[in-house]
Ligand binder design. Structure first.
Ligand SMILES: [Zn+2]
Length: 259
């Protein structure tokens, strides 16, 4: 079975380091990752990066979020262009798997018009709850584009063969999920914001703000158990780790030498 995974950088964000690691001084510039998974039964995008409007008018697009995020995002880095660079038409993406509904993870959804959205039910409901939209910093402009939505409760095997599995890692937001992909004998886990940085994973160094601290710790423990079992863990926004991750058109699987 051939399964390919490609990593894209769909922009960069500069933000106070303390937002990612409580107590840290200064600022950090971090990548906004997106992944294409090509499976014989379909194509999936795990997180779609920033909305293309943030290339030209981030203040307008991001509103209150723009006061503590500086966007570095150039034409050609948006998800549609990244796919086209691989000769994949954005209209031919079958699934969008959003780790969660923050602007840097689902902003590109609008460019993938025919995909079915795979999202944890808790996350989708939170993203449509007025109180949580306010307190968790959601913006329905990022995800209310009329996609067919398949709501998931807990683990979900996307193609039915165990190769691509959504795993619940709640805490950062109410229904955050990560993605586990098996390529040959290798296992790669894209954590999304369940774990911002390698230091989050290594030291349980939490960010300043999160929806549910206990659930976040439990999710990090779950990711550490997968790492202990041999999985490669790609944390959500780690600039140092990201330098070591092959970018499309190179295949991510090449990192482990898998077929
Ligand atoms: Zn994020």
């Amino acid at each position: 079975m051939s399964l390919n995974v490609y990593a894209f950088t769909c922009g960069w964000l500069t933000l106070p380091a303390a937002l990612l690691l409580a107590g840290e001084k200064g600022s950090l510039t971090v990548p906004v990752p997106s992944y294409l998974i090509e499976h014989p039964k379909g194509r999936a995008i795990f997180d779609s990066g920033l909305h293309v409007d943030t290339q030209t008018d981030p203040e307008r697009r991001l509103g209150r979020l723009s006061s503590f995020h500086t966007v570095g995002f150039k034409p050609g880095e948006e998800i549609a262009a990244r796919l086209e660079s691989l000769d994949v038409a954005p209209s031919k993406v079958d699934f969008i798997i959003n780790s969660h509904l923050h602007f840097d993870h689902c902003g590109g959804n609008e460019q993938l018009p025919n995909a079915t959205l795979l999202i944890q039910r808790r996350e989708w409901e939170a993203g449509h709850n007025a109180e949580l939209i306010e307190s968790v910093y959601y913006d329905p402009h990022d995800y209310d584009h009329g996609h067919k939505v398949k709501m998931i409760d807990g683990e979900h095997d996307v193609f039915g063969d165990g190769s691509v599995v959504c795993i619940p890692t709640h805490g950062h937001t109410p229904g955050h999920q990560s993605l586990r992909v098996r390529i040959g004998n290798d296992e790669v886990v894209m954590t999304g914001d369940a774990c911002y940085l390698q230091r989050t994973l290594d030291n349980f160094h939490l960010p300043t703000a999160m929806y549910d601290r206990d659930q976040m710790l439990e999710s990090i423990r779950r990711l550490r158990a997968l790492r202990d079992g041999g999985a490669m863990i790609i944390t959500g926004h780690d600039p140092d780790l990201w330098k070591t991750i092959p970018q499309a058109p190179e295949r991510l699987a090449a990192v482990r030498g898998a077929a």
